[in-house]
Write a protein that binds this ligand. Structure first.
Ligand code: AMP
Ligand code: MG
Length: 349
């Protein structure tokens, strides 16, 4: 398959390029496009055949449901049974933005979207290209991250091309994405509003409006036996090729332990990658050291995380020793991705 790549202005998308993207979507083709979180791999969310191709192109497990993307709050109504009061409040406050809400589904949502569940995940992305593409397509767009399943999510069109060239019809290249991590997934179908996947809209942000909101136990606990409520959260995910270990605790302790482990691995002839921060990168004397950003600006760490993991892949290290961050605000989402990327190898020091 030929993959067409079109540059698009991320702030003020060219109308003819949006029209071409929308034409592809309506024809049942796959279009990768930028959102404010990561690049999405879009298909007409009401076209079962088109959606099937998303799973094939990504190699995504069939039991992992997709998020439907809309370009206005009004577009939610036909897709759901009802809109809870909490959802009304949160949509008004955080949409467009990195908050996905789980609703009871209506019958027009194809089974392949929900992986057979009776709920559907919906969000309105905060990116001009995404919003205009959905608006011009006049259908909800199903869009998981535009990467090969299991690999780090794409924050640049180059990442999409690396993973999916020849497997999808169109890439809209709008430059780097903003948040850098996928949306927060919030379930409003149970008794207690529950965050199933932490993301750009934090627990603290939501708590402001919905005081009884909680994090799913699988996010907080280190017990791998706790099964996440969100099907996608049970897989190793966002993962670099190398083995990865993540260290949490006091920063000085983290640095000390990583330094000594790096020494050991280098001595054993391994290529070691160290994912450091601006505050600590000069303290390491061995291995390939990349700073993921400043500890004072966790948002920057979120934005750089997946690119940095892909860089270690390119360099070809055998093991990545990564610093952890504090589990609050966006740090909760960063630690969730590091946990998945390392296959649960989180070590408290
Ligand atoms: P992705 O689009 O790859 O960022 O993944 C979407 C995330 O939303 C995955 O973790 C899915 O398991 C989750 N998700 C989508 N639909 C539902 C749903 N109906 N119930 C629970 N989680 C969902
Ligand atoms: Mg994904």
């Amino acid at each position: 398959m030929e993959t067409k790549i079109l540059k698009i202005n991320p702030l003020n998308p060219e109308i003819d390029i949006i029209a071409e993207g929308a034409k592809y979507i309506r024809m049942g083709k796959l279009v990768a496009f930028p959102t404010e979180t990561v690049y999405g791999l879009g298909a007409n969310g009401l076209d079962e055949e088109a959606v099937k191709n998303i799973f094939t192109a990504k190699g995504r497990p069939q039991d992992n449901p997709l998020i439907l993307h809309v370009s206005s709050i009004d577009e939610v109504k036909p897709l759901v049974k009802s809109i809870p009061k909490e959802a009304e409040i949160l949509m008004k406050e955080f949409w467009p933005g990195p908050l996905t809400i789980i609703f009871e589904r209506s019958s027009i949502v194809p089974d392949i979207i929900t992986a057979g569940l009776d709920t559907v995940a919906i969000r309105m992305p905060n990116h001009p290209v995404a919003l205009e593409l959905i608006g011009a397509s006049k259908v909800p767009i199903a869009a998981p991250s535009a990467n090969t399943s299991g690999k780090p999510s794409p924050t640049l069109a180059e990442h999409v091309i690396e993973d999916l060239y020849g497997k999808i019809e169109l890439v809209l290249d709008g430059g780097p994405t903003g948040v850098g991590l996928e949306s927060t997934v919030l379930d409003l179908t149970g008794d207690i509003p529950t965050i199933l996947r932490p993301g750009g809209i934090t627990l603290e942000d939501i708590r402001h409006f919905i005081p009884n909101v909680e994090l799913d136990l699988s996010i907080i606990s280190s017990n791998e036996k706790i099964i996440p409520k969100s099907p996608g959260q049970k897989y190793r995910h966002y993962a670099p090729k190398a083995e990865m270990l993540v260290f949490t605790g006091e920063v000085e302790n983290i640095v000390r332990v990583i330094k000594s482990m790096a020494k050991e691995h280098v001595r054993a002839g391994k290529r070691v990658g160290i994912m450091a921060t601006d505050e600590t990168e000069n303290k390491y004397t061995e291995g390939v050291v990349i700073s993921v950003g400043s500890r004072k600006r966790a948002g920057t760490i979120a934005r750089n995380l997946f690119t940095t993991l892909r860089e270690f892949d390119e360099i070809g290290v055998d093991i990545i020793l990564s610093e952890g961050v504090e589990m609050s605000h966006i740090g909760t989402a960063i630690m969730n991705r590091l946990k998945k990327a390392s296959g649960g190898n989180i070590i408290k020091v």
